[in-house]
Design a protein around this ligand. Structure first.
Ligand code: NAI
Ligand code: A1CAB
Length: 283
């Protein structure tokens, strides 16, 4: 689905409850509100008083310290805690969900935590969708990998898709195994790009550019390259060749990257992220 489908099925007054109010919950909430969702229809449950105050100040949403309040507030629950906190959260909410299991849809964004694990911890709840968003969701430019098992109801798939398309684009995978590759390719990858940009900014400063100029040159060039890659009919290697004049400057930089085995380094990094997602899924 694409940004054109924004909120296609989402009633802006529909209650949505988040359990966990950290970076990713904030990103999704920012996206939802930016796209017209009523802030008072959003509840975040988190034990941290500081986080709750910050969320009220930033978004004027509802907050609660007790996770069980989420189940009473909304039929759509978004689990946005760290993977290791999931068992505790499930223990808290499972008995309340069990009183009305057909009413509740749980969407989990916890990296690596499998559908089956969640279902088991939520007293065999079937209405669960696994989603793997990324941080640019905060500005409506996220990419969320989504998985629902074959028995899922279409209305749940549509609901989860509507929430996530409010903050960017979605990609559905049929095989849950592929979610670990989604983590490596989209969930974690904004950090790779930031790291690369940091390295470029640092090198430009070392070569003598003032920090502000270095930052602007790096970010604007990255934005230009990404926009071109999205809009162009050419594939990525062709675009790269358009920049790389024979015996020119770019060629020297590309050779240095190749000498440093960039492809292998990237593949190793992504393999490590996917492996970690699989390890988390065993918990
Ligand atoms: N940060 C990112 O770019 C992405 C994160 N994720 C996933 O999103 C989830 C959340 O990650 P972040 O937002 O980065 O973490 P975070 O550490 O920023 O936020 C976690 C939140 O959970 C709250 N919390 C801790 N214990 C709790 C409990 N017992 N009950 C309720 N709330 C509790 C904390 O107060 C905090 O608000 C993780 O499972 C992560 O794998 C997924 C995609 C991207
Ligand atoms: O680093 C993490 O574990 C989370 C999941 C994807 C992005 N951040």
């Amino acid at each position: 689905m694409t940004m054109d489908n924004l909120h296609s099925n989402l009633d802006p007054q529909m209650p949505i409850a988040f359990i966990g109010g950290g970076n990713m919950a904030k990103a999704i909430i920012a996206g939802l509100i930016q796209h017209g969702h009523n802030s008072k229809s959003i509840l975040v449950c988190t034990p941290s008083q500081a986080t709750r105050s910050n969320l009220v100040e930033q978004f004027d949403i509802r907050v609660h310290q007790d996770n069980s309040a989420a189940v009473g507030f909304a039929d759509v629950l978004l689990l946005a805690v760290k993977p290791f906190v999931i068992p505790q959260v499930c223990e808290e909410i499972a008995p309340i969900i069990a009183t009305r299991p057909n009413k509740k849809l749980v969407i989990s964004i916890a990296a690596g935590v499998k559908h089956q694990t969640l279902s088991k911890k939520l007293d065999n709840l079937q209405r669960i969708i696994c989603a793997m968003p990324n941080l640019p969701s905060a500005i409506g430019k996220g990419l969320t990998g989504m998985y629902a098992p074959a028995h899922s109801q279409q209305q749940d798939i549509d609901m989860a898709d509507s929430i996530m398309t409010a903050i960017g684009d979605t990609v559905w995978v049929k095989d849950e195994q592929q979610m670990s590759t989604i983590v490596a390719t989209a969930g974690s990858s904004p950090a790779y790009f930031f790291l690369f940009l940091e390295a470029m900014e640092k090198a430009a400063i070392e070569q003598g550019l003032p920090k502000q100029a270095a930052n602007k040159a790096v970010l604007q060039s990255a934005m230009g390259a990404i926009s071109m890659a999205i809009d162009s009919q050419h594939d990525l290697p062709t675009l790269r060749r358009h920049v790389t004049s024979p015996k020119g400057t770019t060629e020297q930089a590309i050779l240095a990257f190749q000498h440093g085995e960039l492809d292998e380094l990237v593949a190793n990094a992504m393999h490590s992220a996917a492996k970690r997602a699989k390890e988390l899924s065993l918990g």
